[in-house]
Design a protein around this ligand. Structure first.
Ligand code: TMP
Length: 215
């Protein structure tokens, strides 16, 4: 299936390590966009569809999760993404909607490709196959030091941390490094924001950046 972005629809993805503040900033940005009178849709990965949420459950809460190999994990994330793109994102873009996604294909590049150390060519091919030609128009990375990420995971884990959150500091250091490297290699699409700033300051910078892309 060939999928084409509607000229007026835009896909904006938010990336960053655990606890980087993506969901707070996505909610704030959605309000700004609504005030402009534009249609906005927020979604998340893995998930965002009934099938995707079930896949999410297998990835993060499966009791046999410790047995899951990195390749299986990659395919599961890609499967959830393929479903989200075709069921939700592409139709919304075709209506001219601004779609805000909490994570998208760059999460697989960084978590599976870099932190799990899978070869980058297959990761990119599987990513490409999953998204068709639906690519983010803008990707905002909320960058926080690994210690901040880990502290925020501990703080919000009222219940037990999930399978991904149980990874060690070295893993999250690779995730952070991976995002910064990726952003450097694709400066036209990526915008990195210091996620340790006060929420209101980040919100302003996100809104300023997004306005430049949706004008
Ligand atoms: P979340 O907690 O930000 O919703 O993301 C779920 C976890 O899944 C998080 O640890 C990041 C991870 N993840 C990947 O490893 N690869 C991916 O492609 C995606 C979308 C998420």
């Amino acid at each position: 299936m060939s999928l084409k972005n509607h000229p007026a629809g835009k896909l904006i993805s938010f990336e960053g390590s655990e606890g980087s503040g993506k969901s707070t900033q996505i909610a704030a940005l959605a309000k700004h966009i609504q005030l402009l009178g534009r249609e906005v849709l927020t979604t998340r990965e893995p998930g965002g569809t009934e099938i995707g949420e079930q896949i999410r459950n297998i990835i993060v809460h499966n009791s046999r999760g410790d047995e899951m190999c990195a390749e299986t994990e990659l395919f599961l994330f890609a499967a959830a993404r393929a479903q989200l793109v075709r069921q939700v994102v592409a139709p919304a873009l075709a209506r001219g909607t601004l779609v805000l996604s909490d994570r998208f294909l760059d999460s697989s590049t960084v978590y599976q490709g870099i932190a799990r150390n899978l070869a980058s060519d297959p990761v990119q091919q599987i990513n490409d196959f999953a998204v068709g030609n639906v690519m983010p128009d803008l990707t905002i990375v909320l960058d926080v030091p690994t210690e901040v990420s880990l502290a925020r995971i501990r703080l919000r884990a009222s219940d037990l941390p999930d399978r991904m959150e149980r990874e060690n500091a070295a893993f999250f250091a690779k995730v952070r490094e991976g995002y910064l490297l990726l952003a450097k290699s694709l400066p036209a699409r990526f915008h990195v924001i210091d996620g340790t700033q006060p929420e209101a300051v980040i919100e302003k910078e996100v809104w300023k950046t997004v306005q430049r892309h949706i004008a």
